[in-house]
Design a protein around this ligand. Structure first.
Ligand code: AMP
Length: 451
Protein backbone atom coordinates (compact mmCIF):
# COMPACT_ATOMS: atom_id res chain seq x y z
CA UNK A 1 0.00 0.00 0.00
CA UNK A 2 1.38 3.44 -0.91
CA UNK A 3 1.55 6.22 1.69
CA UNK A 4 -1.29 7.96 -0.07
CA UNK A 5 -3.45 4.82 0.05
CA UNK A 6 -2.65 4.31 3.70
CA UNK A 7 -3.65 7.90 4.51
CA UNK A 8 -6.90 7.41 2.62
CA UNK A 9 -7.60 4.13 4.43
CA UNK A 10 -7.04 5.83 7.80
CA UNK A 11 -9.32 8.73 6.82
CA UNK A 12 -12.04 6.25 5.73
CA UNK A 13 -11.91 4.50 9.06
CA UNK A 14 -12.30 7.77 10.92
CA UNK A 15 -15.42 8.80 9.02
CA UNK A 16 -18.42 8.65 11.33
CA UNK A 17 -20.85 5.87 10.51
CA UNK A 18 -23.83 7.24 8.64
CA UNK A 19 -27.11 6.44 10.30
CA UNK A 20 -30.64 7.76 10.74
CA UNK A 21 -30.85 10.83 13.02
CA UNK A 22 -32.22 10.27 16.55
CA UNK A 23 -35.97 9.75 16.48
CA UNK A 24 -36.00 8.89 12.76
CA UNK A 25 -36.19 5.36 11.40
CA UNK A 26 -36.21 3.41 8.18
CA UNK A 27 -39.30 1.48 7.25
CA UNK A 28 -37.74 -1.73 5.98
CA UNK A 29 -39.52 -4.15 3.60
CA UNK A 30 -40.61 -6.37 6.51
CA UNK A 31 -42.19 -3.38 8.33
CA UNK A 32 -43.92 -2.36 5.13
CA UNK A 33 -46.07 -5.48 5.29
CA UNK A 34 -47.78 -3.90 8.31
CA UNK A 35 -47.74 -0.38 6.90
CA UNK A 36 -49.26 -1.55 3.61
CA UNK A 37 -51.99 -3.46 5.39
CA UNK A 38 -52.88 -0.53 7.68
CA UNK A 39 -53.03 1.82 4.68
CA UNK A 40 -55.21 -0.64 2.77
CA UNK A 41 -57.72 -0.89 5.62
CA UNK A 42 -57.75 2.90 6.05
CA UNK A 43 -58.34 3.45 2.33
CA UNK A 44 -61.16 0.91 2.19
CA UNK A 45 -62.96 2.25 5.24
CA UNK A 46 -62.53 5.82 3.96
CA UNK A 47 -63.92 5.00 0.51
CA UNK A 48 -66.88 3.09 1.90
CA UNK A 49 -67.80 6.18 3.96
CA UNK A 50 -67.30 8.73 1.18
CA UNK A 51 -64.08 10.36 2.48
CA UNK A 52 -61.68 11.74 -0.14
CA UNK A 53 -57.93 11.68 0.29
CA UNK A 54 -55.93 14.86 0.75
CA UNK A 55 -52.20 15.50 0.97
CA UNK A 56 -50.96 18.86 2.18
CA UNK A 57 -47.29 19.84 1.75
CA UNK A 58 -44.70 18.62 4.22
CA UNK A 59 -43.51 22.22 4.55
CA UNK A 60 -45.88 25.07 5.32
CA UNK A 61 -45.47 28.68 6.39
CA UNK A 62 -44.79 28.54 10.15
CA UNK A 63 -47.86 30.66 10.78
CA UNK A 64 -50.16 27.84 9.64
CA UNK A 65 -49.15 25.94 12.79
CA UNK A 66 -48.49 28.80 15.20
CA UNK A 67 -52.04 29.99 14.51
CA UNK A 68 -53.65 26.63 13.84
CA UNK A 69 -52.15 24.57 16.65
CA UNK A 70 -51.75 27.43 19.16
CA UNK A 71 -48.75 29.44 20.36
CA UNK A 72 -48.94 28.04 23.88
CA UNK A 73 -48.92 24.35 22.95
CA UNK A 74 -45.93 22.06 23.46
CA UNK A 75 -45.86 21.43 19.72
CA UNK A 76 -45.45 25.08 18.75
CA UNK A 77 -43.35 26.09 21.74
CA UNK A 78 -40.84 23.27 21.68
CA UNK A 79 -41.33 20.65 19.04
CA UNK A 80 -41.43 22.20 15.58
CA UNK A 81 -38.78 21.80 12.92
CA UNK A 82 -38.65 25.43 11.82
CA UNK A 83 -36.10 27.12 9.60
CA UNK A 84 -35.73 30.06 7.32
CA UNK A 85 -35.69 29.22 3.61
CA UNK A 86 -33.47 30.96 1.10
CA UNK A 87 -36.17 33.56 0.48
CA UNK A 88 -36.18 34.49 4.17
CA UNK A 89 -39.57 32.84 4.91
CA UNK A 90 -40.07 30.97 8.14
CA UNK A 91 -41.04 27.41 7.17
CA UNK A 92 -42.09 24.46 9.34
CA UNK A 93 -42.25 20.73 8.68
CA UNK A 94 -45.78 19.73 9.49
CA UNK A 95 -46.14 18.47 13.05
CA UNK A 96 -49.83 17.46 12.59
CA UNK A 97 -52.44 17.33 9.86
CA UNK A 98 -55.44 19.43 10.81
CA UNK A 99 -54.05 22.98 10.51
CA UNK A 100 -52.83 22.37 6.96
CA UNK A 101 -56.17 20.86 5.98
CA UNK A 102 -58.02 23.95 7.27
CA UNK A 103 -55.58 26.12 5.32
CA UNK A 104 -56.37 24.05 2.21
CA UNK A 105 -60.15 24.19 2.83
CA UNK A 106 -59.99 27.99 2.86
CA UNK A 107 -57.45 28.33 0.05
CA UNK A 108 -59.41 26.12 -2.34
CA UNK A 109 -62.85 27.48 -1.48
CA UNK A 110 -64.09 24.08 -0.27
CA UNK A 111 -67.04 25.75 1.41
CA UNK A 112 -68.62 25.80 -2.08
CA UNK A 113 -68.59 21.98 -2.12
CA UNK A 114 -71.50 19.98 -0.69
CA UNK A 115 -71.07 20.05 3.11
CA UNK A 116 -69.77 18.43 5.14
CA UNK A 117 -66.49 17.92 3.29
CA UNK A 118 -65.03 14.61 4.42
CA UNK A 119 -61.29 14.17 4.02
CA UNK A 120 -58.64 11.69 5.09
CA UNK A 121 -54.86 11.57 4.98
CA UNK A 122 -51.96 9.15 5.50
CA UNK A 123 -48.85 11.25 6.05
CA UNK A 124 -45.54 11.59 7.88
CA UNK A 125 -45.30 14.23 10.62
CA UNK A 126 -42.35 15.79 12.40
CA UNK A 127 -41.95 16.81 16.02
CA UNK A 128 -38.72 17.56 17.84
CA UNK A 129 -39.80 15.42 20.75
CA UNK A 130 -37.57 13.47 23.12
CA UNK A 131 -37.12 10.11 21.35
CA UNK A 132 -38.25 7.14 23.43
CA UNK A 133 -40.37 4.04 23.03
CA UNK A 134 -43.33 4.91 20.81
CA UNK A 135 -42.21 8.52 20.49
CA UNK A 136 -40.33 9.54 17.36
CA UNK A 137 -39.33 12.71 15.59
CA UNK A 138 -40.77 11.49 12.33
CA UNK A 139 -43.87 9.37 12.58
CA UNK A 140 -46.83 8.48 10.38
CA UNK A 141 -50.43 9.28 11.08
CA UNK A 142 -53.66 8.61 9.32
CA UNK A 143 -56.47 10.97 10.09
CA UNK A 144 -60.06 11.81 9.18
CA UNK A 145 -61.74 15.22 9.18
CA UNK A 146 -65.40 16.19 8.70
CA UNK A 147 -65.61 19.90 7.87
CA UNK A 148 -68.59 22.22 7.54
CA UNK A 149 -71.29 20.74 9.75
CA UNK A 150 -71.94 20.53 13.47
CA UNK A 151 -73.84 17.57 14.81
CA UNK A 152 -72.93 15.16 17.62
CA UNK A 153 -73.73 12.34 15.18
CA UNK A 154 -70.74 13.44 13.09
CA UNK A 155 -68.42 13.25 16.12
CA UNK A 156 -69.60 9.69 16.60
CA UNK A 157 -69.24 8.92 12.88
CA UNK A 158 -65.61 9.96 13.21
CA UNK A 159 -65.04 7.80 16.27
CA UNK A 160 -66.86 4.92 14.60
CA UNK A 161 -64.62 4.84 11.54
CA UNK A 162 -61.57 4.67 13.85
CA UNK A 163 -63.25 1.87 15.75
CA UNK A 164 -63.98 -0.05 12.51
CA UNK A 165 -60.33 0.31 11.47
CA UNK A 166 -59.14 -0.95 14.89
CA UNK A 167 -61.48 -3.90 14.52
CA UNK A 168 -60.21 -4.70 11.01
CA UNK A 169 -56.66 -4.58 12.37
CA UNK A 170 -57.48 -6.88 15.28
CA UNK A 171 -56.77 -4.37 18.07
CA UNK A 172 -60.25 -3.13 19.02
CA UNK A 173 -60.12 -5.10 22.27
CA UNK A 174 -56.79 -3.51 23.23
CA UNK A 175 -57.74 0.08 22.58
CA UNK A 176 -60.02 1.95 24.93
CA UNK A 177 -61.95 5.08 24.04
CA UNK A 178 -61.65 7.95 26.53
CA UNK A 179 -64.06 10.79 26.01
CA UNK A 180 -64.81 14.23 27.44
CA UNK A 181 -66.63 17.41 26.56
CA UNK A 182 -64.76 20.66 27.05
CA UNK A 183 -67.70 22.86 26.02
CA UNK A 184 -67.90 25.90 23.83
CA UNK A 185 -65.27 28.64 23.96
CA UNK A 186 -67.60 30.67 26.18
CA UNK A 187 -68.22 28.08 28.89
CA UNK A 188 -64.58 27.04 28.74
CA UNK A 189 -63.47 30.60 29.49
CA UNK A 190 -65.54 30.58 32.68
CA UNK A 191 -64.12 27.24 33.70
CA UNK A 192 -60.54 28.31 32.98
CA UNK A 193 -61.05 31.34 35.21
CA UNK A 194 -62.23 29.10 38.06
CA UNK A 195 -59.31 26.76 37.46
CA UNK A 196 -56.76 29.57 37.59
CA UNK A 197 -58.31 30.92 40.78
CA UNK A 198 -58.02 27.49 42.34
CA UNK A 199 -54.33 27.08 41.45
CA UNK A 200 -53.27 30.61 42.39
CA UNK A 201 -51.43 30.42 45.68
CA UNK A 202 -50.51 26.76 45.02
CA UNK A 203 -47.89 27.51 42.35
CA UNK A 204 -45.02 26.30 44.51
CA UNK A 205 -46.48 22.80 44.59
CA UNK A 206 -46.73 22.66 40.80
CA UNK A 207 -44.04 21.31 38.47
CA UNK A 208 -42.07 23.86 36.46
CA UNK A 209 -44.06 23.09 33.32
CA UNK A 210 -47.39 23.60 35.05
CA UNK A 211 -46.28 26.90 36.55
CA UNK A 212 -45.91 28.11 32.96
CA UNK A 213 -49.12 26.41 31.89
CA UNK A 214 -51.02 28.27 34.59
CA UNK A 215 -50.30 31.46 32.68
CA UNK A 216 -50.54 30.23 29.14
CA UNK A 217 -52.74 27.14 28.92
CA UNK A 218 -54.29 26.32 32.32
CA UNK A 219 -56.43 23.45 30.99
CA UNK A 220 -53.25 21.47 30.36
CA UNK A 221 -52.65 21.36 34.13
CA UNK A 222 -55.32 18.70 34.24
CA UNK A 223 -53.41 16.16 32.22
CA UNK A 224 -49.98 16.67 33.79
CA UNK A 225 -48.41 13.36 34.84
CA UNK A 226 -46.41 14.85 37.75
CA UNK A 227 -47.59 13.30 41.01
CA UNK A 228 -48.02 16.57 42.96
CA UNK A 229 -49.84 18.22 40.07
CA UNK A 230 -52.10 15.18 39.79
CA UNK A 231 -53.01 15.31 43.48
CA UNK A 232 -53.80 19.02 43.24
CA UNK A 233 -55.87 18.66 40.10
CA UNK A 234 -57.95 15.91 41.75
CA UNK A 235 -59.46 18.59 43.97
CA UNK A 236 -59.70 21.28 41.28
CA UNK A 237 -63.13 22.50 40.10
CA UNK A 238 -64.75 20.10 37.63
CA UNK A 239 -65.74 21.13 34.15
CA UNK A 240 -69.16 19.49 34.49
CA UNK A 241 -70.22 22.37 36.77
CA UNK A 242 -69.47 24.90 34.03
CA UNK A 243 -70.97 23.15 31.04
CA UNK A 244 -73.86 25.13 29.52
CA UNK A 245 -77.13 23.36 28.75
CA UNK A 246 -76.13 23.19 25.05
CA UNK A 247 -72.76 21.64 25.92
CA UNK A 248 -74.42 19.10 28.20
CA UNK A 249 -77.01 18.24 25.52
CA UNK A 250 -74.26 17.85 22.93
CA UNK A 251 -72.29 15.54 25.21
CA UNK A 252 -75.39 13.49 26.06
CA UNK A 253 -76.18 12.99 22.36
CA UNK A 254 -72.61 11.88 21.64
CA UNK A 255 -72.86 9.26 24.37
CA UNK A 256 -76.29 8.09 23.21
CA UNK A 257 -75.02 7.62 19.65
CA UNK A 258 -71.98 5.74 20.92
CA UNK A 259 -74.29 3.45 22.89
CA UNK A 260 -76.45 2.96 19.81
CA UNK A 261 -73.42 1.74 17.84
CA UNK A 262 -72.21 -0.42 20.73
CA UNK A 263 -68.95 1.50 21.18
CA UNK A 264 -67.64 1.24 24.74
CA UNK A 265 -66.13 4.39 26.26
CA UNK A 266 -64.82 5.81 29.51
CA UNK A 267 -65.81 9.32 30.50
CA UNK A 268 -62.61 11.06 31.48
CA UNK A 269 -63.08 14.55 32.86
CA UNK A 270 -59.36 15.19 32.84
CA UNK A 271 -58.98 14.70 29.13
CA UNK A 272 -58.31 18.09 27.53
CA UNK A 273 -55.88 17.23 24.69
CA UNK A 274 -52.69 19.10 23.97
CA UNK A 275 -53.90 21.28 21.15
CA UNK A 276 -55.58 24.67 21.59
CA UNK A 277 -58.22 24.36 18.94
CA UNK A 278 -60.62 21.83 20.41
CA UNK A 279 -64.17 22.55 21.58
CA UNK A 280 -67.01 20.31 22.79
CA UNK A 281 -66.04 16.69 22.15
CA UNK A 282 -62.49 15.52 22.80
CA UNK A 283 -61.44 11.89 22.75
CA UNK A 284 -58.42 9.62 22.82
CA UNK A 285 -57.79 5.98 22.02
CA UNK A 286 -55.62 4.50 24.75
CA UNK A 287 -53.61 1.32 24.67
CA UNK A 288 -55.41 -0.73 27.33
CA UNK A 289 -52.10 -1.59 29.02
CA UNK A 290 -50.19 1.69 28.97
CA UNK A 291 -53.12 4.15 29.04
CA UNK A 292 -52.44 7.83 28.41
CA UNK A 293 -48.69 7.22 28.17
CA UNK A 294 -48.75 5.96 24.62
CA UNK A 295 -52.14 6.90 23.22
CA UNK A 296 -52.77 5.30 19.86
CA UNK A 297 -54.80 8.24 18.60
CA UNK A 298 -56.96 11.16 19.49
CA UNK A 299 -59.11 13.94 18.20
CA UNK A 300 -62.12 16.09 18.77
CA UNK A 301 -64.31 18.91 17.57
CA UNK A 302 -62.65 22.15 16.51
CA UNK A 303 -65.43 24.55 15.62
CA UNK A 304 -63.33 27.69 16.12
CA UNK A 305 -60.24 26.74 14.13
CA UNK A 306 -61.29 27.82 10.65
CA UNK A 307 -61.87 31.39 11.86
CA UNK A 308 -58.48 31.46 13.57
CA UNK A 309 -57.01 30.42 10.22
CA UNK A 310 -58.69 33.35 8.45
CA UNK A 311 -61.78 31.58 7.07
CA UNK A 312 -65.46 31.81 7.82
CA UNK A 313 -66.75 30.10 10.94
CA UNK A 314 -66.88 26.41 9.99
CA UNK A 315 -67.59 23.65 12.48
CA UNK A 316 -65.42 20.55 12.15
CA UNK A 317 -64.42 17.33 13.87
CA UNK A 318 -61.55 14.90 13.28
CA UNK A 319 -58.94 12.58 14.68
CA UNK A 320 -55.46 11.21 14.00
CA UNK A 321 -53.93 7.82 14.76
CA UNK A 322 -50.19 7.15 15.04
CA UNK A 323 -49.36 4.31 12.65
CA UNK A 324 -46.13 3.17 14.34
CA UNK A 325 -47.92 2.90 17.70
CA UNK A 326 -50.82 1.11 16.08
CA UNK A 327 -48.47 -1.44 14.49
CA UNK A 328 -46.67 -1.85 17.81
CA UNK A 329 -50.02 -2.60 19.39
CA UNK A 330 -50.85 -5.13 16.65
CA UNK A 331 -47.51 -6.90 17.09
CA UNK A 332 -47.79 -6.91 20.88
CA UNK A 333 -51.13 -8.63 20.53
CA UNK A 334 -49.87 -11.23 18.08
CA UNK A 335 -51.67 -9.86 15.02
CA UNK A 336 -49.94 -10.92 11.81
CA UNK A 337 -50.75 -9.58 8.35
CA UNK A 338 -50.75 -11.36 5.01
CA UNK A 339 -47.58 -10.82 3.03
CA UNK A 340 -48.02 -10.11 -0.64
CA UNK A 341 -44.31 -9.74 -1.27
CA UNK A 342 -43.15 -13.36 -1.41
CA UNK A 343 -41.90 -14.50 -4.77
CA UNK A 344 -43.85 -17.36 -6.39
CA UNK A 345 -41.69 -18.45 -9.32
CA UNK A 346 -37.97 -18.55 -9.83
CA UNK A 347 -36.70 -18.88 -13.40
CA UNK A 348 -33.27 -20.49 -13.80
CA UNK A 349 -31.48 -20.79 -17.13
CA UNK A 350 -28.26 -21.99 -18.72
CA UNK A 351 -26.78 -20.63 -21.93
CA UNK A 352 -27.26 -17.46 -23.93
CA UNK A 353 -30.22 -18.70 -25.91
CA UNK A 354 -32.04 -19.85 -22.79
CA UNK A 355 -31.38 -16.49 -21.14
CA UNK A 356 -32.96 -14.73 -24.13
CA UNK A 357 -36.06 -16.95 -24.00
CA UNK A 358 -36.38 -16.41 -20.26
CA UNK A 359 -36.67 -12.65 -20.63
CA UNK A 360 -39.97 -13.01 -22.47
CA UNK A 361 -41.19 -15.83 -20.24
CA UNK A 362 -40.56 -13.79 -17.08
CA UNK A 363 -42.46 -10.85 -18.58
CA UNK A 364 -45.45 -13.04 -19.54
CA UNK A 365 -45.64 -14.59 -16.09
CA UNK A 366 -45.52 -11.16 -14.41
CA UNK A 367 -48.23 -9.85 -16.73
CA UNK A 368 -50.45 -12.76 -15.69
CA UNK A 369 -49.96 -11.76 -12.02
CA UNK A 370 -47.31 -14.31 -11.01
CA UNK A 371 -44.58 -12.79 -8.78
CA UNK A 372 -41.53 -13.93 -10.72
CA UNK A 373 -37.80 -13.40 -10.50
CA UNK A 374 -35.05 -14.68 -12.74
CA UNK A 375 -31.46 -15.31 -11.74
CA UNK A 376 -30.18 -13.50 -14.80
CA UNK A 377 -26.96 -12.36 -13.19
CA UNK A 378 -25.89 -15.82 -12.04
CA UNK A 379 -24.20 -18.26 -14.38
CA UNK A 380 -23.81 -21.53 -12.53
CA UNK A 381 -26.93 -23.66 -12.46
CA UNK A 382 -26.23 -24.78 -8.91
CA UNK A 383 -25.90 -21.22 -7.67
CA UNK A 384 -29.24 -20.37 -9.26
CA UNK A 385 -31.03 -23.26 -7.59
CA UNK A 386 -29.48 -22.37 -4.23
CA UNK A 387 -30.91 -18.90 -4.71
CA UNK A 388 -34.33 -20.36 -5.54
CA UNK A 389 -34.14 -22.21 -2.21
CA UNK A 390 -33.28 -19.02 -0.35
CA UNK A 391 -36.27 -17.21 -1.84
CA UNK A 392 -38.42 -20.12 -0.65
CA UNK A 393 -40.36 -20.20 -3.91
CA UNK A 394 -42.86 -23.04 -4.32
CA UNK A 395 -41.79 -23.66 -7.93
CA UNK A 396 -38.75 -23.08 -10.14
CA UNK A 397 -38.67 -23.16 -13.93
CA UNK A 398 -35.46 -24.47 -15.45
CA UNK A 399 -34.42 -23.84 -19.01
CA UNK A 400 -31.21 -25.35 -20.43
CA UNK A 401 -29.76 -25.77 -23.88
CA UNK A 402 -31.54 -29.12 -24.49
CA UNK A 403 -34.93 -27.78 -23.43
CA UNK A 404 -34.59 -24.75 -25.72
CA UNK A 405 -33.83 -27.09 -28.62
CA UNK A 406 -36.81 -29.34 -27.75
CA UNK A 407 -39.27 -26.49 -27.07
CA UNK A 408 -39.76 -27.66 -23.46
CA UNK A 409 -39.01 -26.41 -19.94
CA UNK A 410 -38.69 -28.09 -16.54
CA UNK A 411 -41.07 -27.31 -13.67
CA UNK A 412 -39.58 -28.13 -10.30
CA UNK A 413 -41.72 -28.45 -7.19
CA UNK A 414 -39.25 -27.08 -4.65
CA UNK A 415 -40.74 -28.58 -1.51
CA UNK A 416 -41.09 -32.10 -2.95
CA UNK A 417 -37.88 -31.88 -4.97
CA UNK A 418 -39.75 -33.37 -7.97
CA UNK A 419 -39.55 -32.10 -11.50
CA UNK A 420 -41.20 -32.72 -14.86
CA UNK A 421 -41.03 -31.49 -18.44
CA UNK A 422 -43.72 -29.38 -20.03
CA UNK A 423 -44.09 -27.76 -23.46
CA UNK A 424 -42.74 -24.21 -23.50
CA UNK A 425 -45.96 -22.79 -24.98
CA UNK A 426 -48.05 -24.33 -22.18
CA UNK A 427 -45.90 -23.32 -19.25
CA UNK A 428 -47.50 -19.95 -18.44
CA UNK A 429 -51.00 -21.45 -18.21
CA UNK A 430 -49.66 -24.32 -16.12
CA UNK A 431 -47.91 -21.99 -13.66
CA UNK A 432 -51.04 -19.84 -13.32
CA UNK A 433 -53.02 -23.02 -12.57
CA UNK A 434 -50.48 -24.16 -9.96
CA UNK A 435 -50.33 -20.78 -8.20
CA UNK A 436 -54.12 -20.51 -8.18
CA UNK A 437 -56.33 -17.68 -9.43
CA UNK A 438 -56.78 -16.18 -5.96
CA UNK A 439 -53.06 -15.82 -5.40
CA UNK A 440 -52.30 -13.84 -8.54
CA UNK A 441 -51.06 -10.29 -8.13
CA UNK A 442 -53.30 -8.45 -10.55
CA UNK A 443 -54.07 -4.82 -11.15
CA UNK A 444 -55.95 -3.31 -14.03
CA UNK A 445 -53.84 -1.04 -16.18
CA UNK A 446 -56.70 -1.26 -18.70
CA UNK A 447 -58.83 1.01 -16.49
CA UNK A 448 -57.13 4.19 -17.62
CA UNK A 449 -58.38 6.15 -20.61
CA UNK A 450 -55.76 7.62 -22.92
CA UNK A 451 -57.26 10.57 -24.83
P1 AMP B 1 -51.71 14.12 18.38
O1 AMP B 1 -51.63 14.76 17.01
O2 AMP B 1 -50.68 14.62 19.32
O3 AMP B 1 -53.09 14.10 18.91
O4 AMP B 1 -51.32 12.62 18.15
C1 AMP B 1 -52.18 11.66 17.61
C2 AMP B 1 -51.47 10.34 17.62
O5 AMP B 1 -50.28 10.41 16.84
C3 AMP B 1 -50.97 9.91 18.98
O6 AMP B 1 -52.00 9.29 19.71
C4 AMP B 1 -49.85 8.97 18.62
O7 AMP B 1 -50.35 7.70 18.27
C5 AMP B 1 -49.28 9.61 17.40
N1 AMP B 1 -48.11 10.42 17.78
C6 AMP B 1 -48.08 11.69 18.21
N2 AMP B 1 -46.83 12.09 18.45
C7 AMP B 1 -46.02 11.04 18.18
C8 AMP B 1 -44.61 10.82 18.22
N3 AMP B 1 -43.76 11.77 18.59
N4 AMP B 1 -44.15 9.59 17.87
C9 AMP B 1 -44.99 8.62 17.47
N5 AMP B 1 -46.32 8.78 17.41
C10 AMP B 1 -46.84 9.97 17.75
Amino acid sequence: MTDEQQAQEAAEQKKPKLQTPPGFHDILPKDHEYFTFVKKVVRHRARQAGYRRITTPILEATEVFSRGVGESTDIVEKEMYTFEDKGGRSMTMKPEGTAGICRAYIEHGMKELPQPVELYYIEPHFRYDKPQKGRFRMFWQFGFEILGESDPALDVQCIFIAYKIFKDLGVDQNVSLQINNIGSAKSRAKYVEALVNYFIGKERSLCENCQKRLEKNPLRLLDCKNEDCMILSELAPKFAQYRSKEDADFFRSVKEFLDELGIKYTENEKLVRGLDYYSQTVFEFWDSETGAQNAVGGGGRYDGLMEIMGGEPTPAVGFAVGIERLIENMKKNGVTVPSKDDVQIFVAQLGDLAKKKCLRLIDELRDRGVRTIGALGKNSFKAQLRLADKFQVPYALILGITEVRDGTIIIRDMSKGQQRYIKMDEVVDEVVRLIGKDNLDMYSPGEIVVA
